[in-house]
Design a protein around this ligand. Structure first.
Ligand SMILES: *Cc1c(COP(=O)(O)O)cnc(C)c1O
Length: 375
């Protein structure tokens, strides 16, 4: 039986066709007609005026924070419960991430803690340079309250929507909240270009600045003229062609991940000691990953026992994010909150959720998890 992966790329004939069409047209360069079209299609899908296609989601975060004015010595509020890229981007600019706990009813950053932290920092004259909420595993953060707190203090909000393309909050697409939004097309995300990302923004000025900085800050002159230091962050035209085919199939991918999620909830939701990633009130998810929390006392097995049993059956699963405030590299950093995300990390497990997951393979996953339940 073939190995079952957590979230493998799901590509088909249309991806192959567009990729080869770009190849045959000889647009192998970074930039080209597929990059332009991919940007227009992404902007349309995310409901923003501008999308800038980039080499990774991390590059997009870096540029978004740079454009937000983050610089050396600044603080940036980020969730502790996320992938390291969210915080790493702040460190590239010499800024210091300050980690905020998740909410009691969500795995996303707690808007109340963000509000209290901003109030306390405003009183002390130490406001952060930006706040970067993440839409974890596809569930959108509480943007109504987050935007209110940031707006009250004039602090830019950058949305890390790397995991949430296709999700919505209060009817608005993920990626469209804040001064800029960030997408990732890494191999395990809901759509992939094998590697890539995008910066989304309503501001034409930001989009132009992002394109300029992503192409080595080259001035529009025949020779190479530079008045600033930039980066080599643009997406190749070949990969943009792949991305266009993936984006055209986004709704189908969401529908398939939704049925995978529904099957897990139906098969495992009744087991004592099993709970699921909380759903955002007022939001819709792209169902990127299905995550469960296993209470060992009630379920009868530790998360790690379940993960190892799945591995023995050649099934890939992964603990939920290890909180960044517990990462050795951030040992000296501030953490705000009671530590709820650490409790989720101890017990949380992401299950195989790929849009190409065969029903028979999903039953293999379910059988292993059920077999470890000890009443
Ligand atoms: C994947 C991811 C990123 C980084 O995207 P890359 O394209 O891999 O650089 C950033 N933030 C979050 C929350 C992610 O899941």
């Amino acid at each position: 039986m073939p190995r079952v992966y957590l979230s493998p790329p799901d590509v088909g004939p249309e991806e192959r066709r567009l990729l080869l069409a770009a190849f045959d047209s000889n647009w192998i360069a970074p930039l080209g007609p597929d990059v332009d079209a991919f940007e227009r299609e992404l902007a349309g899908r995310a409901g923003v005026a501008h999308a800038v296609a980039l080499s990774s989601g991390t590059a997009a975060l870096h540029l978004a924070l740079l454009l937000a004015g983050v610089g050396p010595g600044d603080d940036v509020l980020v969730p502790s419960f996320t992938f390291i890229a969210t915080a790493a981007a702040a460190t590239y600019l010499g800024a210091r991430p300050v980690f905020v706990d998740c909410a009691a009813d969500s795995w996303n950053v707690d808007p109340d803690l963000v509000g209290e932290e901003l109030d306390a920092r405003a009183a002390a004259g130490r406001l952060p340079a930006a706040v970067v909420p993440v839409d974890l595993y596809g569930e959108p953060a509480a943007y109504d309250r987050l935007a209110e707190h940031c707006g009250r203090h004039g602090v830019p909000l950058v949305e890390d929507a790397a995991e949430s393309l296709g999700s919505t909050y209060q009817g608005r697409p993920a990626g469209s909240f804040g001064t800029a939004g960030v997408l990732s097309f890494n191999g395990n995300k809901i759509i992939t270009t094998s590697g890539g990302g995008a910066l989304l923004t309503g501001s034409q000025n930001w989009a132009e600045r992002a394109r300029y900085l992503a192409t080595q800050a080259r001035e529009p002159l025949p020779h190479y003229e530079h008045t600033a230091i930039g980066f080599n962050y643009r997406l190749s035209n070949l990969l943009a062609a792949l991305g266009r085919a993936q984006l055209a199939g986004l709704d189908g991918r969401i529908a398939r991940r939704r049925s995978v999620d529904e099957r897990y909830r139906e098969a495992l939701g009744g087991l004592p000691g099993v709970s699921f990633l909380p759903r955002t009130v007022g939001g819709t998810s792209n169902f990127w990953l299905t995550c469960v929390v296993l209470d060992p006392e009630v379920f009868g097995a530790e998360r790690e026992t379940v993960r190892l049993a799945l591995e023995a059956a050649d099934i890939e699963s992964r603990p939920t994010w290890k909180p960044l405030h517990l990462q050795p590299v951030f040992a000296e950093h501030l953490f705000v909150g009671p530590g709820r995300c650490a409790a989720v990390f101890e017990r949380g497990l992401c299950l195989p959720t790929g849009s190409g997951l065969a029903p028979a393979d999903q039953e293999r996953v379910i059988d292993v998890v059920c077999s470890l339940h000890r009443p």
